[in-house]
Design a protein around this ligand. Structure first.
Ligand code: FAD
Length: 552
């Protein structure tokens, strides 16, 4: 983003050149000197700087300009850069008018033309303006900025997407002054949120995640049409397969529809993964795995959903939601599971506006002092309770069963017990959610007495009934009644190989009912739903891919 700016605007070209020359001579090493020949041009330059995250230290405006005079221009400029110090350039004859105007609007100084010698008449004024500006602590902003509303579902989606993909960004409320300034600079109103402003000043109103991925530098298109191995899903199983596949010389592509890291990426602290005795956050684990896959030159595609799979002779071809296709010798399905929607009045309408699926780490600080409810009794819900207890006034875990013992690890139950602001309510189900524009209350039904109580609730996080969402596979590979993919020994019925199996060997351990298509991690029928086992299966799948390729 570079140096802060000193901007001058004067419609007389010779004055404009002269002042820019004098400013450059003294301040050119530390400041960028910009000049404009009309108020309109200067405002355009300021809007552009605003979108690019630039800083403006001082604005010098000629008082007498056609169309917009210097005072009116400075008023507009203040809307965009309130910290910039402002001075008017006036001819002697205009001094009185300028002084009157200075009393009305907040201008720091006026400078008489001509300003010779600048050492006496110009530089002392500019020095004091710069000193005042430096004291405001105006900071450079280079990251992506998102202007949105806390209770807007599309705003939440963009925030969550950036956070889960570990893209640094700055969040600005559309009702905060800086948010309003960015909307104004982009020439749009609050109806255009979320507004995403890139580090190089591009403004995207209500963009989709694919557009945001592109401006954030996340790859969205494959570099080739054909690979040795394509992995569908970027959770621990997919990332494990990508690291092993690429490191063993296979041309490897990983396709992820939302954010690499999968469910594990949402975990605030994974404490049972080997090698991390103090635990590791899902975000850290994801970052390391993604860098490791990149180091071995695995390609990672983001925001691309796979919706179809077919065999073309020895090739296995995947179709993307937008109709594109890509093929490989072998496929690893690592699509994991996703939370089942909670069916209760009002929940669908308030999703993203106080009701969230999964951990939504971005919401932590906003839960300060509020009452948070978490639905679910498994480890993921327990971890979320520990995480939100750091911010919220109270955290209540709503569990449908009689106790946590059968669904949650012992170490987590003990940790929950030790925290004063966490309560566990068993035999409890959420039956309704309500609120004007955002969640304000939920109704809980006691499973034993059927008694319903309505309580105030700031945020509701849902961790229930993970399902595989593999409908897009249709009949291509055999799946169980819930959609989990059968592999290896599970495909043999009384020692018989699956229908249509055309090899004179049994399916390999992680191989599906079609040779060359493998499944790893949570999506696999009868798998252990753990990070370590998903990573292990990803690695093992690659060994089996090698065997498949050798035996073809
Ligand atoms: C909050 C939370 C905390 C957890 N904590 C722990 C813990 O402490 N210890 C532990 O061992 N386990 C923990 N688990 C469980 C663990 O995270 C999972 O077992 C593990 O992530 C499974 O990995 P996976 O790669 O098989 O699937 P997932 O992690 O589910 O990843 C699947 C990926 O595939 C993508 N995908 C799905 N369909 C498509 C498609 N059609 N096209 C493209 N991409 C697709 C998804 O977007 C997702 O990113 C936790 C889970 C959660 C939710």
């Amino acid at each position: 983003m570079g140096q802060p700016v000193i901007l001058t605007v004067d419609d007389d070209p010779s004055v404009s050149r002269a002042i820019a020359r004098d400013l450059r001579r003294r301040y050119g090493e530390q400041y960028r000197i910009l000049r404009a020949s009309s108020a309109a041009d200067a405002l355009d330059a300021l809007k552009d700087l605003k979108l690019r995250g630039g800083r403006v230290a001082v604005i010098l405006a000629d008082y007498r300009m056609p169309q917009t005079n210097g005072i009116e221009f400075l008023e507009h400029a203040m809307d965009l850069f309130p910290n910039a110090r402002r001075a008017l350039l006036t001819a002697y004859a205009d001094t009185d008018a300028a002084i009157q105007a200075i009393n009305v609007v907040d201008v720091d100084h006026y400078l008489l033309k001509p300003w010779d010698p600048p050492e006496e008449k110009l530089y002392p004024v500019i020095d004091s303006l710069l000193e005042a500006w430096l004291a405001t602590g105006d900071r450079e902003v280079a990251d992506i900025r998102v202007v949105g509303h806390r209770w807007s579902e599309p705003s939440y989606q963009i925030r969550d997407f950036l956070a889960r993909n570990l893209v640094p960004y700055r969040w600005l409320g559309a009702d905060e002054p800086e948010g309003r300034r960015l909307l104004e600079a982009a020439g749009v109103g609050p109806e255009s949120i979320p507004l995403v402003v890139t580090a190089d000043g591009r403004a995207l109103a209500r963009p989709g995640t694919a557009e945001v991925a592109e401006v954030a530098g996340l790859s969205t298109a494959p570099n080739r049409d054909f690979y040795d191995l394509i992995i569908v899903g970027g959770g621990p199983a997919g990332l494990g397969a990508a690291v092993y596949g690429a490191s063993e010389g296979l041309k490897t592509l990983l396709v992820e529809r939302r954010a690499v890291g999968g469910q594990a990426g949402q975990s605030s602290r994974i404490e049972n993964y080997l090698g991390f005795p103090d635990g590791i956050s899902g975000a850290q684990l994801t970052d390391r795995a993604r860098r490791q896959a990149g180091k071995f030159a695995a390609e990672v595609l983001n925001t691309r959903e796979v919706v179809g799979l077919r065999t073309d002779g020895s090739a296995r071809t995947l179709t993307f939601a937008d109709g594109g296709e890509v093929s490989a010798h072998a496929i690893v399905l690592a699509t994991g599971v996703a939370y089942r929607p909670l069916v209760a009045d009002g929940v669908a309408e308030l999703t993203g506006a106080g009701v969230y699926y999964g951990s939504a780490a971005t919401e932590g600080p906003s839960c300060s002092g509020s009452d948070v409810y978490i639905v679910g009794g498994a480890n993921s819900a327990g971890q979320a309770a520990l995480f939100f207890a750091r911010y919220a006034r109270t955290v209540t875990l709503l569990v449908r069963g009689d106790s946590l013992e059968s669904s949650m690890s012992y170490y987590l139950i003990q940790q929950l017990d030790r925290i004063d602001n966490i309560t566990v309510r068993t035999r409890s189900e959420v039956v309704a959610a309500e609120g004007e524009g955002h969640l304000q209350a939920i109704t809980i039904c006691d499973g034993k007495t059927s008694l319903r109580t309505t309580v105030e609730c700031g945020s509701l996080f849902i961790f229930i009934g993970a399902e595989p969402r593999t409908d897009w596979l249709g009949d291509i590979v055999a799946r169980d009644e819930r959609g989990f993919v059968y592999t290896g020994p599970d495909l043999l019925t009384n020692g018989q190989r699956p229908p249509g199996w055309d090899r004179d060997r049994d399916p390999f351990y992680l191989e599906c009912s079609v040779p060359g298509i493998f499944a790893a991690g949570d999506v696999r029928a009868n798998s252990v739903k753990r990070v370590a086992s998903a990573v292990g299966e990803g690695a093992m799948a690659v060994t089996l891919v090698h065997r498949y390729l050798e035996a073809r």
